[in-house]
Every structure is written in structure tokens, then in C-alpha cells.
Design a protein around this ligand. Sequence first.
Ligand SMILES: [Zn+2]
Length: 255
Amino acid sequence: MSKLTEKWTEDKIRYIIRKLDEKTGLNGLALPIKLNRAKCRIGYFRYPRTEEHAGTETFGFSLTFLNDPETPEAAAVDLIRHEYAHYYVYTTKLYRYYKTYAYLHGHGSDWIWACKLVGAVPKARYEKSDFADKNWSIKEAQDAYDGKDIPAFNILSYLEKWDQAPVDPENAARYLSSLKQHNPDAYYEAGDEVLHPKRGFGIVRDAVPFDYNIQKVYISFEDKSDGIFSTRDLCKMINGVAIPYDSRLEISNCA
Ligand SMILES: [Zn+2]
């Protein structure tokens, strides 16, 4: 039984969703929530399959499950986060960046990423054993309600800026340090000076991993314009020399 809530209500579910919204930058709070007494389908995120049903996104949760004395409190919170992760994938169209188109099927790599970002167990089906070691104290429950374990990451602004699937920060750090070590001329970080064949000289403001040995970098140019480019299309300025991504390319491409 839930120690903190004792009895689940729409308001309590909304509180959790609002705290998730604060971390993700999304607006799950705007959606209606339907409560039911389902025994098997303990939760859902419903989205319109066709244009004519646009705007009918809905969360649904089973009070039978949430208020069952056998349901660990962590599992109740996880159910809300699980459905929120479906909403996350749908509303950001995150599936565009994955080959699986998983939101149509539900639980693919895009949804697994969303689970990571909203602190949900990335499994399609509820299994009580997943929560065996999560016997929360009141304090732990309160922290989870408040989303204190959730990283702040504005997914929409990230996608708008980089137009690619987010990269796991741990993987990114490992990948970038390897690139920096093995191919320093192809490694970019904020402050580096670059030369773009058409746009001229600029300064790197931000960089993210993109693909094998390639980053995407955000550049401010001398003419005050800016833009995002693949490091494949740039030269890095090192001691006054423009070094292209692939040294087999003609340096003159950059001149
Ligand atoms: Zn699901």
C-alpha cells in the first residue's frame, strides 16, 4: 500500500505528472486522465491514430491496481512514469530518429530512452519482482513524487536545436574522450575556431556526438550568423592551419 498517498486520486497523479513536466519541458498536465477499475490493463496513454481524432490524447490508470495493498508504492509511481514515457515519445515525435517506429508498437528504443529520462522501469509489462528492492521510506516516496531523481532535460529544445536522437550522457562522455585521444584534429569543443567552406570563420559554441567519429557542432560565425554543422563539413583551425575532417580531402576545399 502506498505509504504517502494512502489513496490515489486524479490530483495526486496530476501532481506527479506536473513534476515530470517541470523536468522535461513537456505539458502532460494538459491531458485528461481517466481512472478506471481495470484488472489487467493497469494503465495506458491513448493517442489519435488519425488526423480527425487529433487532440484526444488521454492518460488512463487503474485505481484497482494503484490502490491495491499488494502494489508497492514504487510500482504505482512507475506506472505513471511508464505511461508518461509513451506520451514523451509521441509528443516529441522522438520515434523519427529511431529505425523502429516503436511508438506504433509501444516499447522500442525511443520509449526506452524516454523511460531513462523520466525514471521509469523500461519494461513493457509490470512485474512485482522489479520493485522487490524498492521499499520506499516516506522521504524516498516524497522525492519520487517530486521527481527529484529525474534529470532536467528539455527534449523539445534539444530536438529543435540538434535534430537528432539524444545521446546518453555517459556514452557521450566515453565516446568523446576516445575521439579526443585518438583523433584530436577531428574532436571539437566549445571555443574551438573553425572554417566552413562557404560560411567562413566561426567559433564552436556547443557540440554533441552524432555518429561514429562525427559530432554536430553549433557555430557562431564572424558575420554574426550561426548554424549547426556536422564536423565532416568543417575544418578545424589549429595553429592558423585549417585541418579538414578527413585529411584526404583537399585543404583547398576549406580555403
Ligand atoms: Zn507501455
